[in-house]
Design a protein around this ligand. Structure first.
Ligand code: GLV
Ligand code: MN
Ligand code: MN
Length: 409
């Protein structure tokens, strides 16, 4: 360890942050963005930033910034997100925020005097688990969000995103000013758990991310006709759930053929009575690939299948896209920098592609962005058993501290 990163303190912070969770019979951490527990976690985080001597700024979309204001701009920024998926883990995103905070504490303890400002950021709603649009805070910040579309998005309670922003004391029109802040950022660093099995299987403590896969996601809805479950003959039914079920299987089968990752994690039938033929059925569809053309080809062919299924079942269908995010290469110089630190300390590492989305995707087209991965036990993430050892978390924070120190010399 080059800087005095405190593995136990970092682990303690991760545990404390995990405590801000809605109850769930499935266990794990449930901290949807914009929820009560989410804002309680933000308040705790703000106190930790202040305790570390950082000046706190909360922007219009509720990204939280902790600024070490010594030195000049543009700043070196490190961070990630603290919202979670339902019944997720304690490390996804949180390690990137708390690891950056720990890196700053270690740099201060080591007497580092930055000539450029060092900032920590916790981006708002990375997971899209409340308003259904991933990378919300980071995309709003760089100006890569359709503000009219976003304002009208509704969460499960029916509240619009514009109303949620207003409830935090900001006017929606302020979001248009956020991108002017991009010029204040010189580089962006994100430490993250791998969320996959590669590092553990290879026995490596570190991955240096080269690219992040592209993803397209949306909601598919089949619409038919509701009727009585007992009196309506099987022939001639227009059962939306049957259409959705066939479509989900088609999405999986076609994904296997095309080498795509495709997932349905949310599924509903309306009106939702066990003795009612559902008149509508909707499901989420999350699709990913390293390259864009195969993903686009997959979705085009899948829509043909939806058409065939709908015709067969007497239904109509619709695909409403929530996002279409291009694959993103990360900055080659930052990859080299991380690699050189590993080589200097004989830390084995490998370059790797990220199959998960990250806020770095939003930043990378605008500022040099770099990402580091540390191993996930058994490759598990977005689940309660997500785990990364305190030693690996601390190693990640130390490498982050080294990069922050070098870039602010
Ligand atoms: C972010 O967690 C993703 O879904 O990749
Ligand atoms: Mn995640
Ligand atoms: Mn994440």
């Amino acid at each position: 360890m080059e800087y005095p990163v405190d593995a136990a303190r970092l682990e303690g912070d991760l545990r404390t942050l995990a405590g801000f969770s809605a109850p769930s019979t499935l266990g794990g951490v449930t901290r949807r963005a914009w929820s009560e527990e989410f804002f309680a976690a933000q308040a705790w985080l703000i106190e930790r930033f202040e305790e570390a001597g950082l000046a706190v700024h909360v922007d219009a979309v509720n990204n939280i910034w902790g600024r070490w204001e010594e030195g000049s701009l543009p700043a070196v920024v490190a961070g990630s997100h603290i919202d979670s998926v339902p019944s997720g883990g304690a490390y996804d995103g949180c390690l990137g925020v708390l690891g950056a905070l720990e890196a700053i504490r270690a740099l201060r303890a080591a007497g580092h005097r930055p000539s450029r400002q060092l900032w920590v950021v916790a981006w708002m709603e990375e997971e899209g688990s409340n308003f259904g649009t991933a990378l919300l805070g980071s995309r709003a910040f760089v100006g890569d969000l359709d503000l009219d579309d976003a304002a009208a998005r509704r969460d499960l309670t029916g509240r619009t995103l514009a109303e949620a922003v207003a409830a935090r004391g900001h006017d929606w029109s302020e979001l248009a000013d956020l991108p002017s802040g991009v010029d204040d950022i010189g580089s962006y660093l994100e430490l993250h758990i791998e969320q996959g099995p590669i590092l553990e299987a290879a026995g490596l403590p570190v991955g240096v991310v080269t690219d992040i896969v592209c993803f397209r996601a949306g909601t598919v809805t089949f619409t038919g006709v509701s009727n009585h479950a007992g009196t309506t003959p099987m022939e001639g039914r227009r059962d939306a759930a049957v259409g959705a079920a066939r479509a989900i299987v088609a999405a999986r089968d076609l994904a296997v053929r095309h080498g795509i990752r495709a997932t349905t994690g949310r599924l509903s039938a309306t009106p939702g009575g066990s003795n009612v033929i559902p008149g509508a059925a909707a499901f989420s569809l999350d699709t990913r690939h390293r390259d864009k053309p195969p993903l686009d080809a997959y979705l085009a062919e899948l829509k043909d299948q939806f058409r065939i299924i709908a015709d067969d079942e007497g239904l109509t269908w619709d695909y409403s896209e929530s996002y279409d995010i291009d694959p993103v290469p990360l900055d080659p110089d930052l990859q080299k920098l991380f690699g050189s630190f590993c080589e200097a300390s004989s830390i084995p590492y490998q370059p790797m592609v990220s199959g998960a989305g990250h806020d770095a995707m939003a930043l990378a087209p605008r500022v040099p962005a770099g990402m580091l991965f540390v191993p996930s036990r058994a490759g598990v993430s977005h689940a309660p058993s997500e785990y990364t050892s305190p030693e690996h978390c601390a190693l990640g924070a130390d490498l982050l501290a080294r990069a922050m120190a070098r870039l602010s010399e």
